[in-house]
Ligand binder design. Structure first.
Ligand SMILES: CC(C)(COP(=O)(O)OP(=O)(O)OC[C@H]1O[C@@H](n2cnc3c(N)ncnc32)[C@H](O)[C@@H]1OP(=O)(O)O)[C@@H](O)C(=O)NCCC(=O)NCCS
Length: 167
């Protein structure tokens, strides 16, 4: 666990799934999955996910998994911070703490082109770890249909994780 200002980060528990679902339900940009999906994720992928708390309240989370066929790569699925807690580095702190904990040099994710905050957040991680972020189109209309914006695929790395280790 680490603390930056009043926010602390920790490994999620199944009890955190409901708060994650509530944050996503109120967030723009993200697909809302079922409460069941978040609880199950917290059971089976806690080691590659993280939550941020303000006191006892979950105010943000990152869900991720290590790619089964590429074990040097953490895929980040969703990142969300409660609106009232945004802009205070909660997301950056979660990403930093998570990549240090998982300890792999590459991170992949997808972002829609209109999500400036998310793009800045991942670009910041690349910068802090002394690396670059490459972009290609992953899922377009044939996979996502016409109702969903294209998801662009980003690969960050190799990350120098030593730059994130706090003394
Ligand atoms: C994206 C999100 C998680 C960022 O959370 P946050 O805690 O506010 O982010 P941070 O305070 O750590 O800021 C990270 C970087 O993004 C920048 N940023 C934050 N909000 C921004 C905005 N609205 N527009 C542009 N840049 C923004 C910050 O300046 C910072 O940049 P820096 O590292 O170069 O200084 C949050 O805005 C959110 O939950 N959005 C809705 C859900 C979403 O879009 N999730 C990502 C989907 S892939």
């Amino acid at each position: 666990m680490s603390a930056t200002g009043p926010t602390t980060t920790s490994i999620p528990t199944t009890a955190d799934g409901a708060a994650m679902w509530e944050i996503v339900s109120a967030s723009p940009f993200l697909d809302v999955n079922s409460r069941y999906a978040y609880a199950l994720w917290c059971r089976d992928f806690a080691a590659t996910s993280i939550v941020a708390r303000l006191g006892d309240r979950v105010v943000g989370f990152v869900t991720g998994y290590v790619r089964p066929d590429q074990p040097d790569t953490l895929f980040v699925w969703q990142v969300a911070v409660d609106e009232a807690a945004r802009g205070k580095r909660a997301a950056s702190t979660m990403l930093d703490d998570l990549v240090v904990r998982v300890g792999v040099p590459y991170l992949e994710t997808t972002v829609t082109d209109d999500n400036a905050a998310s793009l800045a957040m991942f670009a910041g991680l690349a910068k802090r770890t002394g690396t670059t972020m490459e972009r290609t189109e992953l899922f377009g209309e044939s996979e996502l249909g016409t109702e969903h914006d294209p998801e662009y695929f980003y690969r960050i790395g190799p990350m120098d994780l030593k730059t994130l280790t706090r003394g």
